[in-house]
Design a protein around this ligand. Structure first.
Ligand code: IPM
Ligand code: MN
Length: 370
């Protein structure tokens, strides 16, 4: 190559519901990042979810898998909606697209930050004295093992079997992700299990404890999952990084995100490597908002695009090591919130109500402005 300017390829899977309209705003922000940092990103769109069922007969067509494989990272919108709800469960967009995508690309490390922006503190359903100065929890969820994928699985008329399996290796690699993330944050990991009942939980606890020996600077605690569900609403500020298996992480990450009161604000990353965050080594990953496709408000310029924009920011940081671009997007969102601009889901007294496209272009403009 003549120029030393780096070029990156992003597979863009907008999907269904609010996916396309929030993705359009993320794309506008990406264009602003290109201008400000003199970078180029090649976007390769592909169908996924319900729209892929309509256009290609399958929620995850081979050509979409190929597009993802050729890309450096995947920016994902959301899938599903009433139109496809009558399909058999294993053909529905959520299951037939997301689970195979995770498995195909070995995306075992799911990072789900639950953050309360100081400007949005009043949106939390918890009392102000419980929230205090704010909340910043990171759920690290194992995403390609456990009861979601364990064999045997079967179903007859009167009996259904799912199997919870974890191997030492699977627990080790997700533990490293949690400890490395904690090092860059507040240095605490709470590992979640059900060791009082499940053999799986006993192994989980043993292996996490062994891995912790390599991170003497990180404080490790263990909690049974039922207690953790309770502690998250009683005193969420005791948590920094919450480390869980697949199903417990599914449940606790929804709970953690609800505590922030603004589902439309939360991004997530699913990675295929244990080395997390601004590394020189690019890491393949899939980045998506934590909230769903919200079909009830789709196409009405009502959705909050911030989760999608933050997912893009995580992509730039984790997959490409572009820390400055990440910071620029975060600062742009903060300044737009500081100026009082709000979509309906985060609206409060004294603020200014705007739509999806309006707040998106304000964030893009703030990225260009610096
Ligand atoms: C999630 C979703 C998925 C999961 C479903 C849609 C398969 O709830 O990403 O949390 O259970 O993992
Ligand atoms: Mn879930």
């Amino acid at each position: 190559m003549v120029s030393d300017m780096r070029s990156y390829t992003i597979a863009v899977l907008a999907g269904d519901g609010i996916g396309p309209e929030v993705m359009q705003q993320a794309d506008a922000v990406l264009a602003a990042v290109e201008d400000r940092f003199t970078l180029t990103f090649e976007r390769r769109p592909a169908d996924v979810g319900g729209i892929a069922i309509d256009n290609h007969g399958h929620a995850l067509p081979q050509q979409t898998i190929d597009t993802c494989r050729e890309a450096d990272a995947v920016l994902f919108g959301s899938v599903g909606g009433p139109r496809w709800e009558s399909l058999p469960p294993d053909q529905q967009p959520e299951r037939a697209a997301l689970l195979p995508l995770r498995k195909t690309f070995g995306l075992f490390a799911n990072l789900r930050p639950a953050i309360i922006f100081p400007q949005l503190r009043s949106a939390s359903p918890l009392k102000p004295e419980v929230i205090g100065e704010g909340l910043d929890v990171l759920v690290v969820r194992e995403l390609t093992g456990g009861i979601y994928f364990g064999e045997p699985k079967s179903r007859t008329a009167d009996r259904a079997v799912d199997t919870m399996v974890y191997t030492r290796r699977e627990i080790e690699r997700i533990s490293h992700v949690a400890f490395q993330a904690a090092r860059k944050r507040n240095g605490r990991v709470t590992s979640i299990d059900k060791a009082n009942v499940l053999a799986n939980g006993v192994l989980w606890r043993e292996v996490v404890t062994e891995v912790a020996a390599g991170y003497p600077d990180v404080e490790l605690g263990h909690m049974y999952v039922d207690n953790a569900a309770m502690q998250l609403v009683r005193n969420p500020r005791q948590f920094d990084v919450i480390l869980c298996g697949n199903m417990f992480g599914d449940i606790l990450s929804d709970e953690a995100s609800m505590i922030t009161g603004s589902l439309g604000m939360l991004p997530s990353a699913s990675l295929s490597s244990s080395s997390v965050g601004s590394t020189a080594q690019p890491v393949f990953g899939l980045y998506e908002p934590s909230g769903g496709s919200a079909p009830d408000i789709a196409g009405r310029d009502l959705a909050n695009p911030i989760a999608q924009i933050l997912s893009l920011a995580m992509l730039l940081q984790y997959s490409f090591g572009l820390d400055e671009a990440y910071e620029a997007i975060l600062n742009a969102i903060t300044s737009v919130l500081d100026d009082g601009w709000r979509t309906a889901d985060i609206m409060s007294d004294g603020c200014r109500l705007v739509g999806t496209a309006d707040i998106g272009s304000r964030i893009a403009a703030a990225v260009r402005d610096r």
